[in-house]
Design a protein around this ligand. Structure first.
Ligand SMILES: C[S@@+](CC[C@H](N)C(=O)[O-])C[C@H]1O[C@@H](n2cnc3c(N)ncnc32)[C@H](O)[C@@H]1O
Length: 215
């Protein structure tokens, strides 16, 4: 049984021939993609041998001809249609993408931190097709992107908050903003920092706008 976070990630994987589950650990993402027929073949990649071993142990025998297990740092020379990189910090994700010999046509990313840095990298090489926040015990961001020779242009707000959150806001995003707003207000009570003030203004403006839309 997948957690809501894993379910959302698997749902976001487009139909593809070859998928890399980078930082696979237990392997549940790649295995679910195979079960659902989203990928013909999956390469499970992990820099840690014990983690990769978990994915091997969880892999049913009938998938044997469709799976490869590789212990390495990131994508390196792997050439796949789609890569899913989830549950890692944004800077680690960027290091993996920057060190890839070939960037995959499609990406499904779930960065735990530094989401803005990930978006700035993506808009140089990819079109972001979906980028939203959901709650599963804590708030997560899920970004889906497709390679584009011209990249894409994002506004400052889209880089900070995620494109889909602004275009089609959901209740989880409103909850996220309300939490951010409360956190920033608390910080401001202790120190009157102009950067925090500016952040609070932006968060409050977006929250007010989407609350209107969600009513
Ligand atoms: C928190 S787990 C996430 C597992 C799974 N992707 C998920 O979302 O539930 C992170 C995994 O990424 C692996 N990892 C971290 N950096 C990596 C890298 N540069 N290349 C490959 N694997 C990496 C770790 O060993 C660990 O197994």
């Amino acid at each position: 049984m997948l957690t809501k976070r894993l379910e959302k990630i698997v749902q976001a994987i487009p139909r593809c021939t070859s998928l890399a589950d980078v930082g696979c650990d237990h392997g549940y993402i790649g295995l679910s993609a195979l079960t659902l027929g989203k990928a013909n073949n999956v390469v499970f990649v992990d820099v840690s041998q014990p983690s990769l071993h978990k994915a091997k142990q969880n892999c049913p025998q009938n998938f044997e001809s469709k799976v490869h297990f590789v212990c390495q740092d990131g994508l390196q020379s792997l050439n796949v249609d789609c890569a899913v990189i989830a549950g890692m910090g944004g800077l680690e994700i960027l290091s993996i993408l920057n060190n890839a010999d070939v960037l995959p046509q499609k990406l499904v990313l779930q960065p735990m931190r530094n989401q803005q840095e990930v978006r700035k990298f993506l808009c140089k090489h990819y079109n972001i097709t979906c980028d939203y926040t959901f709650f599963d015990g804590k708030f997560y961001d899920l970004v889906v992107a497709e390679k584009s020779p011209t990249g894409c242009v994002l506004t400052e707000d889209e880089i900070q908050f995620g494109k889909s959150n602004l275009a089609t806001p959901c209740a989880d995003f409103a909850l996220f903003l309300a939490k951010e707003q409360a956190k920033l207000q608390q910080i401001l009570q202790q120190c009157n920092d102009s950067n925090v003030q500016h952040k609070l203004q932006r968060v409050s403006a977006v929250l007010a706008k989407i609350q209107e839309e969600l009513q």
